[in-house]
Structures are given as structure tokens and as C-alpha cells.
Design a binder for this molecule. Structure first.
Ligand SMILES: Nc1ncnc2c1ncn2[C@@H]1O[C@H](COP(=O)(O)OP(=O)(O)OP(=O)(O)O)[C@@H](O)[C@H]1O
Ligand SMILES: [Mg+2]
Length: 328
């Protein structure tokens, strides 16, 4: 069953500088569903709209970000709601943290540098639960213990901790209320490989213990391969391919996905890796037709004028590319 249903979501940044307005079409007509209990990955190059998509679906929409169109529906066990139609900001805040939780990109932006870690836990817990100090301490120490963290971190300031430790604390904060669905935005990007592995294992452990749904955003394809059940590949504000991780990695159908996978190192292959040629397009004025056509090795006339839509290939694999329609 789908816990999250996103339908034709359009989230743009609209800015006005010196009398000129500019629109960045960061998320441009995205539709997908996430099933209860699964780990759903979102991949794509820097700037393709991954963080904007997470902000929009978790209801964190503040100017200059605007929702132009679409629906974001959550099916919880006891209620169904469309987060974008919730007008009351207090209701949205209640929903975040308790039912939906976002582990944002960059742990330093979550922890206040001039306040001890304990204050961050107090803010989260007292905003949602009516508990005594003793209950607060019990709840936090149980959660920290489960995550392999020591109570002493509560007395520290963020700068006294390593990057890996800060990220673990951010994860602990985001999951202490046992949300139904967790969004993790590049939780491993600033960390070295060994620490990265520990953080991924931690996220997996929490997900298994709490039996919730996880959406994992990262441009690191090896994390998707190791962690996710299904994967969506984004390019320039759109999903260009979606399917289960196994079939995407073994038989990618979109030339952009192939390009992403070709840039990964492979065991036993010492030839130079090809990185994706060209650069992602501007989202202020994206290319006509298929947005990938200027970089595509298989570009056809039709791709310059028509935009392909996501089409099902069976087995839940979807791809937006004219090559799948027989090439003409
Ligand atoms: N506050 C903002 N105002 C205007 N444009 C913005 C703003 N934030 C992001 N953008 C633009 O929106 C587009 C999508 O950005 P977003 O942060 O969602 O990408 P991303 O895929 O998360 O990238 P990364 O992998 O670097 O985190 C980019 O072109 C970015 O420059
Ligand atoms: Mg991002």
C-alpha cells in the first residue's frame, strides 16, 4: 500500500531582484508513490531538485519556494491527508517530527552552535509530547543507547563533536518520535567513506527497528545499490527513470541513468571511468523537448521538440525516453 502519493508536483523558486523576476523550475511535474515500509531512493546530479522535492513533500514551503501545482497525499494508518492543502502552519509542524521526519542536508544547520545538544532534544520532544523531565531523560537515553550513542553527548556543543557524530545526533533527533516516514537528504555526503558506512548502517537499523518508511536522497549510486528497494533518477527537475534497484542497476533504460552508472568504479575493471559529459541545464530556462537531449549520445530529432513522459515497461519499471518507443 502507498503511504505517500505525489501527483504532478511543481515547486518553483520565484525571485525578484532589481525589478526583474526569475523562476527556477526546480521540481517540474513529478509523480511517484512510495509503499509502506520500503526504502525508496532518489538519485541525480547536484542541482537537479532533490532537496527541493523533499522540502515540498514535507510541507516546508517558504518563499521564494512556491508550489504551483500538484498533490502530496499521505496515507497513515488512521488518516489520509494532503499536506499541501493544510493551511494551518501549526498542523503542518505537528505532522513533521511526529509522523514525517526530515533529516536535512548538512547536520551543522540543524544543531544550533551556541546551544548544547540537550537543548535540541528538548525542543523536539516538548513540542510534541507532554512529558516530565524524568520521562524525557528516559526516552532520550533509551533512543541514544539503541543508536550506540552515549548520554554524555547531551552536554556537548556541536563543534566539540566530529562530523560523523553530529550526523548521528541529527539522525537520533529526527527519529526519536518514531515517525511513520523518514526523509534523509544526503546524510552521508560530508563524511569519509568509513564513517559513511556506519551512518548508512545506523539508518538501516533504525528503519528496521521502527518499521517505518524511508526515502533516501543521495547522488551516491553505491549507497542506493546497498540500501534501497526502489529508485527514482531525477534529471533537471523531473524523474526520468524509476524502478526496483535490481533492474535499474542491471538494465538501466534511460541514457542518463546509464551515464550515472558508467561513472561508478567496478571491481576488476581498471579502465578509466567516463564521467558524464556536459553540465546539467539551467532550470530557469531548461532545454526544449527532452531536457537531457543536449547531453544524450542517442539524441534524435524528436527529442529536441517533444518531451517524453514516464511510461511503464512492466515490472514497475518506468522510463521517460523515446528510445523505448522503438527509437522513432
Ligand atoms: N532558495 C533558492 N532560491 C533560488 N533557487 C534555488 C534556491 N534553492 C535552490 N535553488 C535552485 O533550485 C535547483 C534545485 O536545487 P536543489 O537544492 O533542490 O538541488 P539538489 O538536487 O538537492 O542538489 P544537491 O545535490 O547539490 O543538494 C538548483 O538549480 C538550485 O540552484
Ligand atoms: Mg540537495
Amino acid at each position: 500500500m502507498a503511504i505517500l502519493e505525489v501527483n504532478n508536483l511543481k515547486a518553483y523558486y520565484v525571485t525578484h531582484t532589481f525589478g526583474r523576476s526569475s523562476t527556477v523550475r526546480a521540481v517540474d511535474g513529478v509523480s511517484f508513490q512510495v509503499n509502506k515500509n520500503e526504502i525508496y531512493g532518489i538519485a541525480g546530479e547536484s542541482g537537479c531538485g532533490k532537496s527541493t522535492l523533499l522540502k515540498a513533500i514535507s510541507g516546508l514551503v517558504k518563499p521564494p519556494l512556491q508550489i504551483l501545482d500538484g498533490e502530496v497525499g499521505y496515507n497513515f494508518d488512521d488518516e489520509r491527508l494532503d499536506i499541501l492543502s493544510l493551511r494551518d502552519d501549526r498542523k503542518r509542524r505537528k505532522l513533521r517530527g511526529a509522523r514525517i521526519s526530515l533529516i536535512p542536508q548538512g547536520s551543522m544547520s540543524v544543531l544550533n552552535p551556541v546551544r548544547r545538544v540537550r537543548k535540541a532534544f528538548e525542543d523536539v520532544i516538548y513540542a510534541h509530547l507532554d512529558v516530565s523531565e524524568k520521562e524525557f531523560e528516559e526516552l532520550v537515553s533509551r533512543h541514544l543507547l539503541a543508536l550506540g550513542l552515549d548520554w554524555t553527548v547531551m552536554h556537548t556543543y556541536p563543534h566539540q563533536l566530529s562530523g560523523g557524530m553530529r550526523q548521528r545526533i541529527t539522525i537520533a533527533l529526527s527519529t526519536i518520535l518514531r515517525p511513520d516516514i523518514i526523509f534523509a537528504d544526503e546524510p552521508t555526503t560530508a563524511l569519509d567513506v568509513v564513517v559513511q558506512r556506519g551512518v548508512v548502517q545506523l539508518i538501516k537499523k533504525i528503519k528496521e527497528e521502527q518499521q517505518n518508511t524511508l526515502i533516501m536522497v543521495t547522488h551516491d549510486m553505491s549507497i542506493h545499490a546497498n540500501l534501497c528497494d526502489r529508485l527514482a533518477v531525477m534529471y533537471a527537475g523531473e524523474i526520468v527513470e524509476e524502478g526496483d534497484v535490481q533492474s535499474i542497476f542491471s538494465a538501466p533504460k534511460h541514457p542518463y541513468t546509464t551515464m550515472l552508472l558508467d561513472s561508478l568504479p567496478k571491481v576488476g575493471d581498471s579502465s578509466a571511468r567516463v564521467s558524464a559529459p556536459g553540465a546539467p541545464p539551467s532550470l530557469v530556462d531548461p532545454p526544449e523537448g527532452c531536457r537531457f537531449h543536449p547531453r544524450c549520445p542517442h539524441v534524435m530529432e524528436r527529442c529536441r521538440v517533444e518531451s517524453p513522459v514516464l511510461n511503464g515497461l512492466g515490472n514497475g519499471h518506468r522510463v521517460a525516453c523515446f528510445l523505448q518507443e522503438g527509437g522513432k
